[in-house]
Design a protein around this ligand. Structure first.
Ligand SMILES: [Zn+2]
Length: 327
């Protein structure tokens, strides 16, 4: 445990309030984007087909901040030592915002998408890494308890990418997940925005418009995760899973590996259980699978309940990203 994990964080309340304000402002932008085939604030990604359009959605800043403090309080008895397995050693402290802005000023992205240069989509491990996003936002703050029960019953580890909006809505559940060594927590952004340095959009959602905004989107939630768990998250995936290559480099500079996937397990929580079972069922060594655990009405839990026993029977083994990747 290095100092970077334990250093005092000045003005925690003001930080959380600031993050909540950022989330609200960004969500307004999402709500105005208005494409009919877009998951928007519902936060399903990558989108497949008929994801419903949903409205804006986080609690107002005061509520969000209060919820964060509730989350902190819920975690307090557990303490930092019971967090998820994010590795025994602390990464070096991330550079500050001014330094990042100076380093990345004037860089023009050349790529935009799910699998741009610098994003990790698979591992060299013999294991399969299951990743589940919790996006928050309107219709996106649920918890798929059936899915989590299946993972626990089968002792299958997973990495959970959690957005600030979901944490604000589920402080007690967040604390429970953070204390479960089966799960590793990762950073799914603050306002669930595509990670761009020049405002590119994905599924009609306007991405962050500058290096500064991209920094805030990554580090806002990173700060909250560290506050609540006492650990530094080592992996990042943006809302919609879209990045540009400059934002990818910035994410790495900030000490996180930008991660996407080789197998789209639940199509943004739109697939039927049969389709989820088929997609997840083809996972093999080195694959990183993306799905969601914030949509209990989706086919995700049913699909995993079918696929995982078969995969285990065939000798497939599973690891968290921290087990299969080196940050
Ligand atoms: Zn998401």
């Amino acid at each position: 445990m290095g100092d970077s994990k334990r250093r005092p964080l000045a003005g925690r309340r003001s930080v959380l309030l600031g993050m909540a304000g950022l989330a609200s402002a960004a969500l307004s932008a999402c709500a105005n984007s208005g494409s009919p085939a877009v998951p928007t604030a519902s936060g399903t990604e990558p989108a497949m087909g008929n994801a419903p359009v949903t409205g804006p959605a986080t609690p107002p800043p005061s509520i969000a901040a209060r919820s964060s403090e509730q989350a902190a309080a819920a975690l307090a008895p557990a303490g930092p030592s019971t967090g998820p397995s994010t590795g025994p050693s602390a990464p070096p402290a991330a550079p500050g915002k001014e330094q990042v802005l100076a380093e990345f000023a004037g860089r023009n992205p050349k790529e935009w998408g799910l699998h741009v240069t610098g994003v990790v989509n698979r591992s060299a491990s013999a294991k399969v890494a299951l990743t589940f996003d919790a996006c928050g936002g309107h219709g996106g703050t649920g918890c798929d308890h059936t899915l989590l029960q299946t993972l626990r019953r089968l002792n299958v580890p997973a990495t959970l990418f959690v957005n600030s909006r979901w944490i604000h809505a589920n402080p007690g559940l967040f604390a429970e997940l953070a204390a479960d060594p089966l799960f590793e927590l990762a950073n799914h952004g603050t306002a669930h925005l595509p990670l761009s340095v020049n405002g590119k959009s994905a599924y009609g959602i306007q991405g962050t418009a500058s290096v500064a905004a991209a920094y805030d989107e990554v580090m806002g939630n990173q700060q909250i995760l560290q506050e609540l768990t006492g650990r530094v998250a080592q992996f990042f995936r943006p809302g919609t899973a879209f990045y540009d290559d400059v934002a990818v480099d910035m994410t790495r500079r900030l000490g996180m590996l930008p991660v996407n996937f080789t197998v789209n397990g639940d199509g943004g929580a739109t697939y039927s259980a049969a389709t989820v079972a088929a997609e997840v069922g083809r996972a093999a060594a080195g694959d990183i699978v993306i799905s969601h655990f914030n949509r209990p009405a989706a086919g995700t839990a049913g699909g995993y309940a079918r696929a995982l026993p078969r995969l285990l029977d065939h000798g497939v083994s599973f690891g968290r990203l921290g087990d299969v990747l080196t940050p």
